[in-house]
Design a protein around this ligand. Sequence first.
Ligand SMILES: [Zn+2]
Length: 240
Amino acid sequence: MNPDLEKLISLHHAEVEIKRLDAESAEVPRLREALEARVAGDRARLDAAREALEASQGVRRENETAVQDLEAKRSKYKGQLMDVKTNKEYTAMLHEIEAVERDIRSREDVILEEMERAEALAADVEREEEAFRSVEEAARGEAAELDARGARLEDEQRRMRAEREKVAATIPEAPRGLYERVATLRGTGMAEARDGVCQACHVKMRPQPWVELRQNEQLVQCEACSRILYYEPPPTVVEP
Ligand SMILES: [Zn+2]
């Protein structure tokens, strides 16, 4: 094989690998963000459960205070019963007291309802807290894995870039310049040709260049996309 061609193939493979590594490592921060969003969603569920419990407790406290005030009012009215002068005033005062007592009873019903509700809501909070603890623990594990993957990819990227530089330095200026010009133009400098077809632009080669290419002795460019072509002979099938 033409030694320049061989080196160009190594350079091309290194660049393809670098691109793959770049794409893979760009995924890592996206996965981290998705993970954080998932944890935030679960935390929001826990917060909502806590808020529902607090709201119920608030309603209960509000009614407890109101009952205390109403009880004071009732005592005051009962005291005033002694001072009324007429039957009419007495009856009116009794009605006032009844109204206050009705209010107390309905508020006491609300307090009981809220106590029952708070019990169920506290159970929700406990369940959500437990669920969130395991979510957090799993997320910590996943985050550590992602960090490790990011670090591993960075290592591989560094190694691959060094390898590319090493190979590139051994390629004479003319073929390397050609490769780089095409790479700048097309995104990749080389393409494999299989069955006489450029695998990058999918244009069929003319028979003559296809024959030349398979000898792997000179640089053959795709006449459609200008990429330097390479040919990998099919693996020899060993008869059993
Ligand atoms: Zn092509």
